[in-house]
Design a protein around this ligand. Structure first.
Ligand code: ADP
Ligand code: C5P
Ligand code: MG
Length: 218
């Protein structure tokens, strides 16, 4: 019995070792910028041209809000409408699960664009507690966009997005949250020399700049 067990384990061991050696540590780019700056749009462009997986914290939270039986649905709904940042315990679990699932399906998918995170101190602490040792943050891709342009883009998107927060009332709060809580996080990474800034107010040329950054950083 023990002999048989040993032979099963030793037969499996090489493939297990092989898998582990192929499993790369996740490489992460945080994507930040105001509401409507174009984070999602540019992440889609990147995915089409580079081997990155796009994970939007906002999209993951909206999916959790809609998930039947979610114990967090109502809390998430009210935070989103109020433009507030959901407690990180919820968000980090969604991100971690999405990263793990992606890598389990295909071990070559170890590059991630994490869009809309970390948005405040609490987000950053949660990342450091749960993910710091499990993933490398390469840099922050910062879509710098004027408040006026952000508001116009979100109001325009609101005509068809069905989002509960693409309206003037929520937008005022989202912009305030961005200025008060997210900008300091971007500044913190700037001090570490880890921010790549793109002028995102323009209607063209944004992706050309993104490409130049990725080609240089990769
Ligand atoms: P974010 O994810 O940062 O909130 P999105 O990528 O969803 O922003 O873009 C917000 C809205 O602005 C969308 O309707 C999108 O089509 C539009 N948009 C994105 N980038 C640009 C741009 N450079 N010029 C004009 N409109 C843009
Ligand atoms: O990035 P997006 O615009 O999709 O985010 C929408 C909302 O989701 C935010 O205004 C916020 O309420 C919530 N969110 C959050 N924590 C994050 C990302 C998004 O609470 N890290
Ligand atoms: Mg988005």
């Amino acid at each position: 019995m023990i002999g048989r067990l040993f032979s099963v384990v030793s037969q499996r061991a090489p493939s297990l070792l092989h898998r582990v050696s192929l499993m790369m540590k996740p490489q992460v780019v945080f994507v930040l910028g105001g509401p409507g700056a174009g984070k999602g749009t540019q992440c889609s462009n990147i995915v089409e041209n580079y081997s990155y997986t796009h994970l939007s914290a906002g999209d993951l939270l909206r999916a959790e809000r809609a998930r039947e039986g979610s114990e967090f649905g109502q809390l998430i709904a009210s935070y989103i409408k109020e433009g507030k940042i959901v407690p990180v315990e919820i968000t980090i679990n969604l991100l971690r699960k999405a990263m793990e699932e992606t890598m389990q399906k295909d071990e070559k998918k170890f590059r991630f664009l994490i869009d809309g995170f970390p948005r405040n101190e609490d987000n950053l602490q949660g990342w450091n507690n749960v993910m710091k040792d499990k993933a490398d943050v390469k840099f922050v891709l910062f879509f710098d966009c004027s408040t006026e342009v952000c508001i116009q883009r979100c109001l325009e998107r609101g005509k068809s997005s069905g989002r509960t927060d693409d309206n003037r009332e929520s937008l005022e709060k989202r912009i305030q949250t961005y200025q008060q809580s997210t900008r300091p996080i971007i500044e913190l990474y700037e001090k570490l020399g880890k921010v790549c800034r793109v002028d995102a107010s323009r209607s063209v040329e944004v992706f050309a700049d993104v490409k130049a950054i990725l080609d240089k950083e990769d």
